[in-house]
Design a protein around this ligand. Structure first.
Ligand code: TYD
Ligand code: MG
Length: 462
């Protein structure tokens, strides 16, 4: 009888090894090798036979002009923020992985999405491996989701799910979560690499064959990466991250991969008493409650996809009590902050060597765009010299290592958004100002080409 052996599988990259390692020999992740029991090896294919035989029928091909892809190709969820992130709606037969920290609202978002889908006459199958049908009902009641065509199944075995899809013929399927689903024929437990890979593959094949949109909820591990094999991200069409501070109300939905739309778009939600609400005017919400005449605050105007959003960057600089000064950032890249501090020191003469520096973006937004360099530098220097930046000033611009200000894209869009919210002074790179054809009459454009000139303009000119 064939022996069952132990193999060790990396839960980050899927690399297998007969021996346990503390560090994966392939991807270098620590503590990622998990024991899996492997059954007998399948018989190797007879390689000497040519794979091309007359018994295998050739696949049918279509000219690209014959393929019909119209608007009916997408389902609209009526949740504007979600549709935008998905590239305009849910594509039939697409597979979406929704991922995020525990308790961020993944189940809530999926369940809320069911209501408008059901209203348009679609049958939605919600498979929950985490909550019982009764618990889901209670949650649905709280969210006000009452639709007869929403079908709930509390199962965890992949073959049962496939049989249920076969029998019920739903139009949309949601699986919450992929880590709880397992194949009884595999020896490993649910949530392991082999189980996730196998179940994902089966479910994707089913969704593609039936043209059913499939949503999979995926957990993240403690480093924030999607738990399970990295290949899962390659297998699906769309990867969405739901993020935000757990204790703040804002939740941001971000597409990190999208085969049917842009990956830059974000959707902003607020978690309230009765579930998630869309935030239609995120700029207004992000800068609400901003302190007046306090140093260390600057308004940034960044672009998230096609949409400009205002955010308040705050900085606090104080004497360090340790040998090495602390640097802490929330919502802004840590290494970028170190780089900006180095530029401020070398090019502008502001020394942070014996000072702790904290940078925070209010509202839970994450600023990835280089255009947020200038507001971060302004906030840091404002707090260092204890001079507030003008209250009606918004800034954007990339900072180079020579202390120069570099241009950014979509300047007019940013300007219009900031002007709409009452900002009258705009600090921007000289090269970017050229993009503006007709600024509003009472707007003051302060176009500068160096960081030093930007500080002179922001803290001297009143
Ligand atoms: P949930 O969707 O269960 O998170 P996930 O599936 O990502 O783990 O969200 C749970 C959190 O949302 C929980 O902390 C409570 C909060 N919440 C509300 O504030 N209001 C609501 O109406 C609901 C349903 C949840
Ligand atoms: Mg959940």
């Amino acid at each position: 009888m064939a022996k069952i052996k132990s193999v060790y599988v990396c839960n980050q990259c899927g690399c297998t090894s007969p021996k346990w390692y503390g560090k994966c020999p392939d991807c270098g992740a620590w503590n990622s090798m998990q024991e899996t029991l492997s059954g007998p090896e399948p018989e190797p294919a007879k390689r000497h036979i040519s794979p091309v035989t007359s018994a295998v029928p050739a696949a049918e091909v279509l000219s690209i002009n014959e393929i019909i892809a119209d608007e009916a190709f997408r389902y609209h969820t009526q949740i504007g923020e979600l549709d935008r992130v998905m590239g305009g709606g849910i594509v039939k037969g697409s597979v979406t992985l929704l991922s995020g920290d525990p308790g961020i609202g993944k189940s809530t978002l999926l369940l809320q999405m069911c209501a408008p889908l059901c209203e348009t006459g679609l049958r939605v199958l919600y498979v929950s491996g985490e909550e019982s049908a009764r618990q889901l009902k209670l949650r649905a009641q709280r969210l006000g989701v009452q639709a007869g065509s929403l079908l709930i199944a509390s199962v965890t075995q992949a073959p049962t799910i496939l049989a249920t899809i076969e029998k019920q013929q739903p139009d949309v399927v949601m699986i919450d979560s992929i880590q709880t689903i397992y194949m009884p024929t595999l020896n490993s437990s649910a949530g392991t690499v082999s189980q996730i890979r196998e179940c994902t593959q089966l479910l994707i094949a089913c969704a593609k064959a039936r043209e059913i949109p499939l949503f999979l909820v995926g957990h993240v591990n403690k480093d924030g990466a999607i738990a399970g094999p990295k290949i899962m991200e390659h297998m699906v069409d769309t990867v969405l991250y739901f993020e935000g501070e757990r204790h703040l109300a804002f939740r941001i939905l971000r597409a990190v991969k999208n085969r049917f739309g842009s990956t830059n778009e974000i959707g902003v939600f607020r978690m309230g008493e009765s579930g998630l609400e869309e935030v239609g005017n995120p700029s207004f919400e992000m800068i609400a409650g901003r302190p007046r005449d306090v140093s260390g605050s600057c308004i940034a105007c960044v672009l998230e996809g096609s949409r400009p959003i205002l955010a308040e960057v705050q900085a606090l600089v104080c004497k360090t009590n340790f040998g090495t000064p602390r640097r802490m950032t929330t919502g802004f890249d840590f290494n970028r902050t170190a780089l900006l501090l180095a530029v401020l020191e070398k090019r502008c003469g502001y020394f942070f060597g014996n000072l702790d520096a904290y940078v925070n973006v209010a509202g839970g937004l994450r600023l990835d765009e280089p255009a947020s360099d200038l507001p971060v530098a302004l906030a840091l220097v404002s707090n260092l010299i204890d001079k507030p930046a003008p209250y009606d000033l918004a800034a954007f611009g990339e900072i180079g290592l020579a202390g120069e200000l570099r241009s950014v894209s979509q300047v007019e869009l940013r300007l219009t958004e900031a002007y709409r919210l009452g900002f009258k002074r705009f600090l921007l790179p000289k090269a970017a100002a050229k993009q503006i054809s007709r600024p509003p009459e009472d707007a003051l454009l302060i176009a500068v080409d160096s960081l030093r000139a930007a500080f002179d303009a922001a803290f001297v000119q009143k």
